[in-house]
Design a binder for this molecule. Structure first.
Ligand code: NBP
Length: 489
């Protein structure tokens, strides 16, 4: 009979799985490794895992027999049907009270379904966000677990040990029930799309309008990384800008300007639309990638469509010559980033209320403070805002962020004007500014929209002095007096 010696089993020996196993091993946990293609288990044991306490399994049944009770099994496989297939096979081998954890990029709606289905059978399900890529998985990821709360005491020690640490605190805490963990990871990825787009727009302006060379842009990013913008994404952008290929040419100049995506940004956008939350910057970042993918059509259009082209003067020292504009671009990036996070937290707040998850916003900021792709000094400020006021309605209403946007906004507006007058697209910078101006506007033109809706579709409107009462007007004199109840536009 096999002795049950393993603390946890991990299925999926690709980049994330292997690195998480090594990380767990480093922290003193005995891990049993398994993979659909079983030959990869031996390969792993004979290479990366050689000389460690990691053990392998030859089948799912073998793996289950090697686990201490309650059994803990973590999946790091391709999201989708592979997860459901493994869950089905595992439940036939495991017992009620055992724990199944999905660490892949699963859709949070799937995690909610799986959590409920497994709870009905007595199993404890956890859907956890894992961020930080290969390096994070190996040396400390940001972990965002959610699901059946009864599972948390059984996995807390392993998760918090292997997670990144920020100011001594693990970047991992219980997020909430059902699909809350994967939801928070999805929003993280949406914000990541936004951050990347903002940096790319700054790059476009620095290159096209200021005429900076790649090395000069790298130097600008290096400076920014010593400021309130200090973050992993600015840091890697600094390194990318100065990276030279084997032929000594900057690699970034050889890369096709057509961005791919794997879908989590799109999911965030769709969730924003479903929840009625204006996460405009994230959605613009997704669409910017879509537009970039029309490379051939854009090249044709560039020869036909008229408009201003960036005019960068040939100056001896562009860094010095454009110092004011460069500083303004930095502030525009900073203010837009504040808007992006304000929108992301709006989405989390609304979804948390809708599903009754009671997400802890300060805790989430801390989970993102280290280990993950959007890690930054800035998240420490967000943590502080939610610690000061845990029920803060909107990040923009926090004194610190309100003041930061106030001091940045003139530069932000000037940068948007400069981009527009030079024909440089800035969907993220400018949509963030439009959101800011809309959010701080006490009277928007939606009164006309309501009148239009009532005019053509009898959709009714409320009056300023009698909210909650709905009126319909016969605008043309020949319409009826009946208001619509089904046709919604
Ligand atoms: P992949 O996403 O490339 O998945 C590889 C694993 O999935 C292998 O173990 C493979 O088994 C297994 N698999 C596949 Br593919 N199809 C399967 C199926 N139909 N049935 C059973 N197993 C199947 O690996 P990864 O990049 O390590 O990512 C793992 C998860 O973590 C994914 O959900 C990913 O989205 C998420 N994630 C990735 C990152 C990252 O930076 N890469 C970061 C955060 C989260 P095989 O060896 O037999 O083909």
């Amino acid at each position: 009979m096999t002795t049950a010696t393993a603390d946890i089993a991990l299925i999926g020996l690709a980049v994330m799985g292997k690195n998480l196993i090594m990380n767990m091993n480093d922290h003193g946990f005995t891990v049993c490794a398994f993979n659909r293609t079983v030959s990869k288990v031996d390969e792993f044991l004979q290479n990366e895992a050689k000389g460690t306490n990691i053990i392998g399994a030859t089948s799912l049944a073998d793996m289950v027999s090697k686990l201490k009770r309650p059994r803990r099994v973590m999946l790091l496989v391709k999201a989708g049907s592979a997860v459901d297939d493994f869950i089905n096979n595992l439940t036939a081998l495991m017992e009620p009270g055992d724990i199944i954890i999905d660490g892949g990029n699963s859709d949070f709606n799937d995690s909610t379904r799986r959590c409920k289905e497994l709870a009905a059978k007595g199993f404890l399900y956890v859907g956890t966000g894992v961020s930080g890529g290969e390096d994070g998985a190996r040396y400390g990821p940001s972990l965002m677990p959610g699901g059946n709360p009864e599972a948390w005491p059984h996995i807390k020690d392993i998760f918090q040990s292997i997670a990144a640490k920020s100011e001594g605190e693990p970047c991992c805490d219980w997020v909430g029930s059902e699909g809350a963990g994967h939801f928070v990871k999805m929003v993280h990825n949406g914000i990541e799309y936004g951050d990347m787009q903002l940096i790319s727009e700054a790059y476009h302006l620095l290159k096209s309008v200021c005429g900076l060379s790649n090395d000069e842009i790298s130097a600008v990013f290096d400076e920014w990384n010593k400021s309130e913008l200090e973050s992993f994404l600015i840091e890697i952008s600094r390194d990318i800008m100065k990276f030279r290929d084997t032929d000594n040419v900057h690699l970034v100049d050889k890369i096709l300007d057509s961005a791919s995506q794997k879908g989590t940004g799109k999911w965030t956008g769709k969730t924003g639309l479903d929840m009625g939350i204006p996460i405009t910057l994230i959605v613009e970042a997704v669409f910017a990638r879509c537009l970039s993918s029309f490379k051939d059509e854009r090249v044709k259009a560039s020869l036909l469509l008229q408009g201003p082209k960036p005019k960068s003067e040939n100056v001896a020292n562009p860094l010095e010559h454009h110092k004011k504009l460069i500083d303004s671009i930095k502030l525009a990036l900073y203010a837009s980033k504040i808007i992006s996070y304000a929108q992301g937290f709006m989405l989390m707040r609304a979804t948390s209320q809708e599903y009754g998850w009671t997400l802890n916003m300060g805790g989430i900021s801390l989970m993102w403070r280290g280990g993950c792709i959007i890690r930054s000094v800035f998240l420490g400020r967000i943590k502080k805002a939610f610690t000061t006021n845990p029920t803060l309605d909107n990040l923009l209403l926090d004194d610190f962020f309100n003041q930061e946007v106030a001091r940045s906004q003139l530069s932000w507006r000037e940068v948007c004007c400069t981009g527009i007058m030079n024909g440089v697209p800035m969907p993220a910078f400018s949509s963030a500014l439009a959101f800011y101006d809309g959010y701080r506007c006490d009277k928007l033109p939606a009164n006309l929209l309501q009148a239009q809706r009532d005019y053509f579709g009898a959709h009714t409107y409320e009056l300023l002095d009698s909210r909650g009462q709905f009126h319909h007007t016969n605008w043309t004199g020949h319409g009826g007096t009946t208001s619509a109840s089904t046709y919604n536009v």
